[in-house]
Design a protein around this ligand. Sequence first.
Ligand SMILES: *[C@@H]1O[C@H](CO)[C@@H](O)[C@H](O)[C@H]1NC(C)=O
Ligand SMILES: *[C@@H]1O[C@H](CO)[C@@H](O)[C@H](O)[C@H]1NC(C)=O
Ligand SMILES: *[C@@H]1O[C@H](CO)[C@@H](O)[C@H](O)[C@H]1NC(C)=O
Ligand SMILES: *[C@@H]1O[C@H](CO)[C@@H](O)[C@H](O)[C@H]1NC(C)=O
Length: 511
Amino acid sequence: MLNIFGFIGILLLLLHGGCAHTYTRDDFPNQFVFGSGTSAYQVEGAANEDGRKPSIWDTFAHGDGDIASDHYHKYKEDVQLMANIGLEAYRFSISWSRLIPDGKGPINPKGLQFYNNLINELIRHGIQPHVTLHHFDLPQTLEDEYGGWVSRRIVKDFTAYADVCFREFGDRVKHWTTINEPNILAWFGYDFGVLPPQRCSRSPIANCSRGNSTTEPYLATHHMLLAHASAARLYRKTYQNLQHGFIGFNLLTFGLVPKTNSSEDIRATRRVQDFLVGWFMDPFTFGDYPDIMKKNAGSRLPFFTKKESNMVKGSIDFLGINFYYTLYIKNSPSSLKMEERDYNADMAIEFERNDTPTHQIPITTWRLQRILDSLKNNYGNIPIYIHENGQKTSCNSSLDDWSRVKYLHAYIGSMHDALRKGSNVRGYFVWSFLDGLELVGNGYEECFGLYYIDFQDPSLRRKPKLSAEWYSSFLNKRTMNPKFHMEIEKNTHALSHSLLQYNAMEGSFES
Ligand SMILES: *[C@@H]1O[C@H](CO)[C@@H](O)[C@H](O)[C@H]1NC(C)=O
Ligand SMILES: *[C@@H]1O[C@H](CO)[C@@H](O)[C@H](O)[C@H]1NC(C)=O
Ligand SMILES: *[C@@H]1O[C@H](CO)[C@@H](O)[C@H](O)[C@H]1NC(C)=O
Ligand SMILES: *[C@@H]1O[C@H](CO)[C@@H](O)[C@H](O)[C@H]1NC(C)=O
């Protein structure tokens, strides 16, 4: 006879085992790397010091980043904080116009010195530098001279800039990312025109003084792909054998969910995947753009010559992905009837983002899993780094950032699931290390940092948030403080509940 109480006991045990998210650093491979990141314009400050010239973000933000988190002057203290919490890697970007103020031509010795100092300080503390070359902050000079990314001349100047970085820093930097979130730069910088360089011609949300939304998103992206490929070719030919590093690329990814389960919305959702991710990953994997983009954009989509196609194909050693939000996708075929279509109209969709009323980012780990699955299945299981993932809070909120602790706990736990399922994910970086100027949010109103900075206080003193304490106990393989256990248990139940909901609601969408 079945002992019903025993059965329930086993069931509870199974349930608990299935979602017992009490893991430690030791549950992950040694080579898997845990870090945190920032980008130059968001934290460095010292915008007009030591020979740096403006980037297009200085122009756009009217000097909001002049001081920022003052990382330029406080880098030693910051690296010490990283070491204190046990960070294994630090992802940062080089300000092109600090290193080469005019975008091309002479190197600024003080800029060179700063990045050498920062990299040396990281190495001294056993922290791997993961470096991005372009994080939205194109030198203003190149924008003024020839329109930046819309001109093919950028390919040569970007390659020369990359050459300086590989030559000067490549003995110590093993992970290079050429361009951060080019898909967002193209969509919001050249179609909607709301982010620098604010180019557009038919945006519903901005009036631009120059630009062409029908052609420039495609043109800028084409040049970003060629510039990346050219830098990657140079790295592989001249540096990789000596320096033994890797060169990759970055994309912002979204959870993509059809608004209804109609076949139209499901197809539209796949189309968005092609427009946002396939736009880059198809050329990297197959040497050409996705068919649906060729069909909908026609001759406005540039084409690769045979030689270019061969250069772009296979030009990444890894892909970095940033993940925060979900977009709900509704098919909108009427936009294809417009004669002068922009990039957004070519997608033929409407979308909504999954913000919560509290303005926190909902925890949706299963959607990140889906993205990893889809990269594995469609693009040959290349190595992946989670370059950005994190929770926002209002900048002046308390240091007890439970919402961030829960968020990080859930996503880092999901890395474990991803590895078990055969994903080639190699590392995870919390966005961000410090509170800073948020580029695609609301300036200093939304903060993502593990460290709090009071921007009203001239000393810009750093204070660890609870999330820094949690990350530190994880990284240092310490037993977690019981206060974390209790809160996280509550979270675990919420999480398994949403997973059940997901199975019921989104199960119909399989790519
Ligand atoms: C753009 O300019 C037009 C004409 O001046 C104005 O009606 C419209 O509201 C502006 N749109 C935005 C988003 O600023
Ligand atoms: C955008 O470029 C296309 C192709 O060169 C051209 O036909 C169109 O008139 C341009 N639109 C604007 C608003 O300049
Ligand atoms: C989704 O599909 C189910 C059947 O599988 C149907 O009952 C339901 O009404 C559909 N929902 C929507 C929003 O289309
Ligand atoms: C925090 O900032 C928000 C928006 O700037 C403001 O409305 C709120 O009153 C501030 N709260 C505190 C505690 O300072």
